[in-house]
Ligand binder design. Structure first.
Ligand code: NDP
Length: 290
């Protein structure tokens, strides 16, 4: 076997999918997990179960970490830090850009080099080249391991700053969570009015298409720093969001989510952006909460 060996530490749904993909592509795979039984199926498919985390680190140059968060990472690796020297850590654990940079320094102090990863796909999409993982960190390290990492998904290298992959991931999540929760909220209002999700779904898709088509409009205004209110005005948006809040309240549904949006509109109007586009809210957000 000429394919590089890989160690996967952390066998939640994501780590198991990743170890499975490496096995499918013929890489020698060593695995370790706190709950050892989660490795059983992988061992049956040819993975080697390391008895200790130190043994797992010793089995390959490339170590893939798929842990709940960085607190778990330090708790697991601090006691075996001497085994990290010379290792390449593909840290595919989610956390903030600041914590990714801190971890890169922590690994460097112990003689290891970190590639930060931001996994944009569910475990079911691991192994699909159409899926994508953000990477950042030393470019030579990425280049040396790109072919192995490409087994997991498409690779999107964002730059040398170890925080970048985490940052792009969090930006995606910043968009994702409020969007899907907004849909859940709309469905709560629908349900309170006797309308099922299935009945509303085609209209949701139509609205999301409008949102998608409007992305370029938003980006252009924000990058130019000019927010002309020629097509829509923030003051109009404020009235519109107030109606959304009142519609939820009429239905007896919690209105805290649209109320947070209404609050941003109000602060924008108070800051003198009433005649500007709603994209001027970027200036309100940039100032933090006052
Ligand atoms: P899980 O939280 O299910 O599992 C991660 C691993 O962390 C498990 O192996 C678990 O061990 C281990 N772990 C947690 N706490 C401890 C601890 N105190 N001591 C030792 N080990 C511990 O995560 P996922 O597999 O779902 O995800 C892994 C990473 O991938 C996360 O950072 C997540 O944000 C990211 N991700 C996940 C996605 C998903 O859809 N699942 C999508 C995109 C990114 P044990 O089995 O013993 O509990």
């Amino acid at each position: 076997n000429t394919k590089p060996a890989v160690t996967v530490i952390g066998l939640g749904p994501m780590g198991r999918a990743m170890a499975g993909a490496f096995l499918d592509h013929g890489h020698p795979v060593t695995v370790w997990n706190r709950t050892a039984s989660k490795a059983d199926e992988l061992v049956a498919r040819g993975a080697i179960r390391a008895a200790t985390i130190g043994e797992a680190l010793g089995a390959a140059e490339l170590i893939v970490l798929s842990l709940t968060d960085y607190d778990v990472l330090y708790a697991l690796l601090e006691p075996v830090a001497e085994a990290l020297s010379g290792k390449v850590i593909a840290n595919l654990t989610s956390d903030t850009p600041g914590r990714a940079r801190e971890a890169a320094r922590w690994f460097a102090e112990r003689g290891a080099r970190q590639l930060t990863g931001g996994v944009q796909t569910p475990p079911t999409e691991i192994g699909n080249p159409e899926a994508s993982i953000f990477y950042s960190g030393p470019e030579d390290v990425f280049a040396a391991h790109r072919d192995t990492l490409a087994v997991l998904s498409g690779t999107d290298y964002r730059g040398a700053d170890p925080g970048l992959a985490a940052l792009y991931y969090q930006l995606q999540m910043d968009l994702f969570w409020p969007s899907v929760v907004a849909y859940v909220h709309a469905l709560a209002v629908a349900r309170a009015n006797g309308i099922t999700a299935a009945e509303f779904e085609p209209y949701a898709l139509s609205m999301l298409k409008t949102v998608t088509e409007g992305i370029g409009y938003v980006s252009a205004r924000i990058d130019s720093g000019e927010y002309p209110g020629d097509l829509e005005r923030l003051a109009m948006g404020e009235a519109s969001v107030r109606h959304v809040v009142h519609t939820a309240e009429e239905a007896g549904v919690d209105s805290s989510l649209p109320s947070a949006v209404l609050d941003a509109f109000r602060r924008g109007v108070a800051a003198g952006h009433g005649e500007d586009s709603f994209t001027s809210l970027v200036e309100v957000f940039a100032k933090g909460t006052v």
